[in-house]
Design a protein around this ligand. Structure first.
Ligand SMILES: [Zn+2]
Length: 116
């Protein structure tokens, strides 16, 4: 069944809730403690991951929805399976340039396999 759930963010949204009456009531009470899906998505902070700094590497972005226009403009592509944005970085300069931009914007960056 679909219920009008009043979310913490102030929005009310028709939300499908299944199960017995008891579990539906529990689920609705739980949903009301959080933001609606639109606000939740908008509030997710973008998280960049660079698995390796090697030539021809690829950078990944999770929770990029709020900055999707920026990402698109910078050549990132969204993968519907991975739910991530990715961009291929062909040269060391491209890597440095991208890391500079990420740093300037204050986004979170996780570098895996970074050489020490
Ligand atoms: Zn909302």
């Amino acid at each position: 069944m679909r219920y009008a759930v009043s979310y913490k963010c102030g929005h009310t949204a028709m939300t499908a809730v299944l199960g017995s009456e008891e579990s539906r009531n529990k689920r609705i009470a739980q949903l009301e403690t959080g933001d609606c899906s639109r606000c939740w998505t908008a509030n997710q902070l973008p998280q960049f991951t660079l698995p390796t700094r090697a030539k021809g590497c690829r950078i990944y972005v999770k929770h990029g929805f709020a900055i999707r226009e920026d990402l698109r403009a910078r050549g990132y592509c969204f993968g519907t399976v991975t739910r991530s944005w990715t961009k291929n970085l062909a040269t060391a300069d491209e890597v440095e340039f991208e890391l500079l931009w990420i740093g300037e914007r204050g986004f979170e960056l996780q570098e895996l396999g970074k050489e020490r």
